[in-house]
Design a protein around this ligand. Sequence first.
Ligand SMILES: Nc1nc2c(ncn2[C@@H]2O[C@H](COP(=O)(O)OP(=O)(O)O)[C@@H](O)[C@H]2O)c(=O)[nH]1
Ligand SMILES: [Mg+2]
Length: 272
Amino acid sequence: MRYCQLVLGPAGSGKSTYCAAMQRHAEVSNRVISVVNLDPAAEAFSYQPLLDVRDLIQLDDVMQDEDMDFGPNGGLVFCMEYLLEPDGLDWLKEQLGDNEDDCLLFDCPGQIELYTHMDVMKRLVEQLQAWDFRVCATFVLDAGYMVDAARFLSGSLAALATMIPHINILTKMDLLNRAARRQLEMFLEPEIHELLASEHNVSRFNKKYHKLTHALGKVLDDFSLVRYIPLNINDEESLTDVLIQTDFALQYGEDLDVKGKDFEYPDPEDRE
Ligand SMILES: Nc1nc2c(ncn2[C@@H]2O[C@H](COP(=O)(O)OP(=O)(O)O)[C@@H](O)[C@H]2O)c(=O)[nH]1
Ligand SMILES: [Mg+2]
């Protein structure tokens, strides 16, 4: 079995920084976590990638091709589709190797359309599973954007668009002052009704959609679907905490834990 996190989230939310910080943190804890750059439009990241999709295809090349005439979004979609063609997949499979127990982070592109309107990411997940990877989605959001309930809900709903086990991480906690951190605490394990009740400045728009917001909040609440883990990349304990949660989602180190999925309740008849 191999393990991987697809690191997802809007552009600038801190995906590449998370990958770099986790790789570094793993080294300190005597573990190896490798990072794969899957963003054909990536400009800068501070990790040393195990493999880089830009070695297969570069967004700039696609966009400069006059026959294809793509803009940035179309170009990105083309690159991801190309990766999932047989030749692209052969390349990816070979690059990934076949080391048992590998732990990988896939630093993914940020365009939400790839997840909401297209099946490229779903196909990627299925392919990775066929190659014996256990896959989870790690959804990264900038803590600075979690400032009001409406934004909170829209972020949460985006997080639900991924259909595999997923973890939500709030990045850039180091940038918040103490008051903001305290305010954020109520978002972490949200009692959504309380949260919505605490909204003060109800605009006309908010009033009109008040019921909708509450209904959506109730869905999230009833199913305990959304939880956020704060991450301060400058704090090793915080990194450890996130690693524990992602390990749990992936059921990494299966012989150490009882796995929910395979656990069988003992037959009461056999109890003597
Ligand atoms: N202070 C601070 N800056 C961060 C953190 N995470 C990301 N950044 C900065 O936010 C910007 C975008 O981060 P990046 O990882 O490239 O985002 P990506 O587009 O999601 O890969 C960069 O300038 C990072 O240095 C964080 O946890 N703390
Ligand atoms: Mg990036």
